[in-house]
Design a protein around this ligand. Structure first.
Ligand code: AMP
Ligand code: GLY
Length: 417
């Protein structure tokens, strides 16, 4: 099988590593890829959100399967353009990707499907926003309706800050605050059949102890020692199956990766968000633990044959990923700083580039790279991930020191039902 991977972040680096580890794969091309990916696959420069360009490259490279990593190409209809060439695609249509592309649309689907989620109002002016804020009370949750690279959501006790954020967005969703630990559950689906991956936990805030602004994600671990044994089964039955059924009913079946972001509240799991693709950095740990050949799994989802796929198998133990971010992230991101220590197994590249003059590895984004390790338990995996990160040289970079720590210390406790 020849595979084209679209994207060039940490998630795509993890996907490429998984795909090249599948003996059914002859070749992987990544577009645009990054310097970490370039060490194991051919990279091709491309505008990943241009449907015609991606479809053309899929034909040119003789791809049997195209895997689309990020949300922007999906929302732009890249999967539709590739499918129109008769090539199997892992990733939803533009219409189905609206589950991530519009928070208001996602709420509409959840309401129609009876999926447990935060109560919410979609607001178009300041009066509506103020009324919704006052109905729910603090902490206030204000979400930009459209794609915002993980930065469109503000959760704050400060009503003025909530109003200011709303004023910067076109259409906003104001919703009830959900208290409880968060879970990222990835589900591979062909629109009908669905296979859940291991639940993971992401760290959204920039600072230790969940302080500071939201980011794209500063670290992750899996599996979740504190989760109820029936969590995945429960979420499949109450969230995933009804959502997939509602999407089919509307004539826009969702195939690819349904990312269910949940809060485990006192009244059970509730959806915080849907994404239409793998999460970053959770993918790094989840795929490191997956034993099932990745290309075969994604190909089955892309070709509507997932019901015939064997059950997934996992390496025992646990995985941890710790993200190294550039100076100023998430407010701004300084780029162009030289990176040392990145050529080690377990270092996953995200925002890195080669400097034109001399080929030196430099930072090129907010989340620069992450250290990913697996081990027999969370503690061992965590120590190994931090050892990787501590060996990175990048001026003024920062990372969280508490990834997976509360889980190891038994301090993650879902509220009692
Ligand atoms: P989202 O992009 O919708 O996942 O939001 C980003 C982050 O904001 C989430 O991972 C949560 O940490 C937080 N968040 C979003 N919605 C809520 C909510 N209703 N209650 C509590 N926290 C939330
Ligand atoms: N880790 C969160 C996301 O990928 O959206």
């Amino acid at each position: 099988m020849r595979v084209l991977v679209v994207g060039g972040g940490g998630r795509e680096h993890a996907l490429v590593l998984g795909l090249t580890g599948d003996s059914a794969v002859e070749a992987v091309v990544a577009a645009p890829g990054n310097p970490g990916i370039a060490a194991v696959a051919e990279c091709r420069a491309i505008d990943a959100v241009d449907p015609g360009a991606v479809a053309g490259l899929a034909v040119e490279t003789g791809a049997d399967l195209v895997v689309i990593g990020p949300e922007a190409p999906l929302v732009a209809g890249v999967a539709d353009a590739v499918r129109a060439k008769g090539i199997a695609v892992f990733g939803p249509s533009g219409a189905a990707a609206q589950l991530e592309g519009s928070k208001a649309f996602a709420k509409e689907i959840m309401t129609a499907a009876g999926v447990p989620t935060a109560r919410a109002y979609t607001c178009t002016d300041a009066d509506e926003v103020a009324r919704a804020l006052d109905e729910f009370g603090p902490p206030y949750v204000v979400k930009d309706d459209g794609l915002a690279a993980g930065k469109g959501v503000v959760v704050t006790e400060d009503r003025t800050h909530a109003l200011e954020h709303a004023a910067q967005c076109n259409r906003v969703v104001v919703e009830e605050y959900l208290a409880g630990p968060e879970v990222s559950l990835f589900v591979v689906t062909d629109g009908e059949a669905a296979l859940p991956l291991l639940p993971a936990q992401d760290f959204k805030r920039v600072g230790d102890g969940d302080t500071g602004p939201n980011t794209g994600g500063m670290g992750a671990y899996a599996p979740l020692p504190w989760a109820a044994p029936d969590l995945v089964e429960d979420v499949m039955a109450r969230v995933v199956e009804p959502t997939l059924a509602e999407m089919r009913r509307r004539g826009t079946p969702f195939s690819g990766l349904l990312y269910v972001g949940l809060a485990i509240t006192a009244s059970g799991p509730k959806v915080i968000e849907f994404n239409a693709r793998f999460g970053d950095p959770e993918t790094q740990v989840v795929l490191a633990l997956l034993e099932t050949p990745l290309a075969g799994l994604l190909h089955a989802a892309a070709t509507g044959t997932l019901a015939a796929h064997p059950p997934l198998t996992w390496r025992g133990g646990a995985g941890v990923a710790v993200v190294v971010a550039s100076a100023g992230y998430p407010e701004s991101a300084r780029t162009g700083d030289v990176i040392t220590g990145a050529e080690r197994s377990g270092i996953i590249h995200a925002g890195t580039a080669r400097r034109e003059e001399d080929g030196a590895l430099v930072s090129a984004g907010g989340r620069v790279l992450c250290g990913t390790a697996i081990g027999p338990d969370l503690e061992v995996a965590r120590d190994a991930a931090y050892a990787l990160v501590e060996g990175i040289g990048l001026a003024d970079s920062h990372y969280r020191r508490d990834i997976a720590l509360a889980a190891i210390e038994g301090r993650v406790t879902p509220p009692r039902r």
